[in-house]
Ligand binder design. Structure first.
Ligand SMILES: Cc1ncc(COP(=O)(O)O)c(C=O)c1O
Length: 302
């Protein structure tokens, strides 16, 4: 799995590993960037999968990394996993509604995501689950079942013997929270209206513009270390700016001036610095917002 992955994945994998009688210290192999680099090379992910070989049960990776905004080559990772006989699963929390995903065509076995980021469902909104049809339509697959995953036509017969719904629906645990689903649907309707290709195109341009302005500041002597890849195909609409010092003050200044950003201390390397994450999201951000954000950076490079 990805090194430094979001705790939802870390704890799920740790506990699954223990459930199967293994030690997380030895059973989990983490793949991260090389020393001194900010993002992970696909070749390193593939080489590690090949090296671990047939003993690998699962390759779990992010689609878009929550910390750096790197968009991984999901197809290449899936193919490498399948070559060793492993299952390929992805955390798409930062990818859903952000980049174009072809999970079925790429052969991904399963993917999960929360909907309260780019999909705008609001805090604690419904989760999304993708299960490839080769598993989703296999009733013999052993799974941990829940009431709501049972065949809908017999759900209220209260009989023994779990009969799964077809597809990802067969993994539902219990009935859904209707109010948060209503908010989620309102958002998804807007996505359908706008269309992902148009959103992705504008998202790429907004991010490119943001990176261009920040790199321009750096040419003028500022020091904003961008952790997010420059190649539009290797990132979502996000910029993660590493600050070795005074990051928290800058973040507070941005907040006071109406910028909704995110501050993460760098707990991994212990550098004492941290990262400001911003997402120029195409549905509700304009080029002018990006410009104003960078003007604020310029005015307060504390
Ligand atoms: C990559 C990633 N995965 C998962 C989550 C959280 O998902 P959940 O609420 O389903 O645990 C987040 C939240 O920030 C995230 O960034």
């Amino acid at each position: 799995m990805a090194a430094g992955e979001f705790p939802s994945d870390q704890y799920a994998i740790e506990s699954q590993v223990r459930f199967h009688g293994f030690d997380p210290e030895t059973a989990i192999v983490e793949i991260g960037p090389r020393e001194g680099e900010d993002w992970v090379r696909t070749e390193d992910i593939v080489a590690t999968i090949e090296k671990e070989g047939v003993q690998t049960a699962l390759v779990l990776y992010g689609g878009v990394n929550y910390f750096t905004g790197q968009f991984f080559d999901v197809k290449a990772i899936t193919e490498a996993a399948h070559k060793t006989g492993a299952i390929a699963g992805f955390d798409m929390a930062h990818a859903a509604g952000n980049v174009i995903l072809k999970l079925h065509d790429w052969g991904v076995d399963f993917a999960v995501w929360c909907s309260y980021k780019y999909l705008n469902s609001g805090p604690g909104g419904p989760s999304g689950v993708f299960v490839h049809e080769r598993h989703g339509n296999n009733p013999d697959l052993i799974r941990f079942a829940g009431w709501w995953g049972h065949d809908e036509s017999q759900r209220f017969l209260m009989r023994k013997g779990f009969v799964p719904m077809q597809g990802a629906a067969g993994w539902q645990l219990s009935n859904a929270q209707i109010f948060s689903f209503a908010a989620h649907k309102a958002s998804l309707d807007i996505f359908v209206e706008a269309g992902m290709p148009a959103l992705r195109e504008k998202g790429e341009r907004l991010s490119s513009y943001l990176q261009f302005l920040i790199r321009d500041l750096n040419q003028q002597g500022y020091n904003f270390h961008l952790l997010t890849p420059e190649d539009p195909e290797a990132r979502g609409c996000q910029a993660s700016i590493f600050m070795s010092e005074n990051g928290q003050q800058l973040f507070d200044y941005l907040t006071e001036n109406g910028v909704v950003a995110d501050w993460r201390e760098d707990n991994l390397s212990g550098s004492g610095g941290g990262v400001i994450r911003v997402a120029p999201v195409p549905l509700y951000n304009r080029y002018e917002d990006v410009y104003r954000f960078v003007e604020l950076l310029k005015g307060n490079n504390a």
